[in-house]
Design a protein around this ligand. Sequence first.
Ligand SMILES: NC(=O)c1ccc[n+]([C@@H]2O[C@H](COP(=O)([O-])OP(=O)(O)OC[C@H]3O[C@@H](n4cnc5c(N)ncnc54)[C@H](OP(=O)(O)O)[C@@H]3O)[C@@H](O)[C@H]2O)c1
Length: 385
Amino acid sequence: MATEVWILGGTGRSGRAIAAELLSRGLSPVLVGRDATRLHNAATSLTAPATIPARTVVAASIEATAAEIQRQQPAVVINTIGPFTTTAGPIVRACLPGSHYVDLANDLPAVAALLDLDQQATAAGKTLVTGAGFGVTATESVVVQLSQPPSQPPGQPSGPALTKAPARVRVDMVPSLAMEAGVFGEALAGTILDGFPDARGRGRYEGRRYENGHLVRAPIAGSPASLTLPDGSKVTTASMPLGELIAAQRASGAPSVVSASSEAPSSPVVRAVLPLVTTLLAIGPVRAFARKRLAGVKFKARERPREYSYGHARLEWPDGTVQEGWLRLGDAQTFTGAVAAEVARRLLDGQGRPGAYTPAALFGPSLAEACGAEYLTGETAAAPA
Ligand SMILES: NC(=O)c1ccc[n+]([C@@H]2O[C@H](COP(=O)([O-])OP(=O)(O)OC[C@H]3O[C@@H](n4cnc5c(N)ncnc54)[C@H](OP(=O)(O)O)[C@@H]3O)[C@@H](O)[C@H]2O)c1
């Protein structure tokens, strides 16, 4: 029986974080990448000099990687190579029916496309998990936690509001992560630019939200809100068309959903020029040029800007009942490594189900806790008179 967990993009920031988390769970990762020397360095940096470094597989392209997956049929494949709108298709085709598939997608088109493969995955008897990182999992976990009907004492009727879907949901992601010096890289630049939502319905680059249960156009960096974090500090979040949007809608069943991020540009000046920038980005050659420039942008090493990262959700029911909660965790990149590794561990253990899922939809709110996070959920606010 296959037991190997492969990490595609094993030399990258996320690949190395996932490998470390797999090792801490007693699992030995296989690092897959296109350059033998970089792979060897990544594998040896993971373990003490006296121990055997992780196995590596060299594959020069996505196509070559897919061919190796088909040939060797590992138990679980974790894909960290963005943009996932490009890489997920060939890798998933290579995985089914031999391997479970996990990716880190956080852009709306990639998450939607992967979830659309539910029937193929079910027919193949395998599990596909998208959004297995801080992005998607942090906010989705809070929505799943808050959407669970409260347990009633025996003999009592169940509570009126919370057994129904909320009318309105807003989720906010507030990541905090240390950065090592480096360049943006192709995977991240491609995800940021190609992952911007030419999703569902419209070709133009713009935002999305749910209204009446349907994805509709919305401004990027719209709906700004000032949040007071549980530690008392303040951040501004604004809407971004993220995978969180789909995950929060599916988890809550709410007809009206907004997803927002503290990483969205929320200054009035930037918001004023964004429509022009996003219109230009809809032009293929402009986007290709921007992607190349962004991939080469260097950044300096940086400490984590605040102690904690947060996922936040606010659910409002038709009778005015409000539930609000937070997921608190440390470094967002470390959490990303832990989520992907924990999902892979549970799939290896046979805890998954055939089909296509986001992480907390498959494994519930306990997944985030198993990755070191903690829920801070408030009291249910009373409905206004
Ligand atoms: N959901 C979340 O919360 C979350 C969190 C973190 C990251 N992400 C996403 O995960 C992806 C990776 O991020 P990262 O920061 O880890 O990026 P990174 O450090 O640049 O690593 C990317 C990896 O992909 C490989 N790669 C890039 N293009 C490739 C190609 N065409 N063929 C084969 N391998 C290729 C690179 O290999 P080489 O060494 O050969 O260049 C590298 O190993 C991004 O799309 C990012 O948006 C999501």
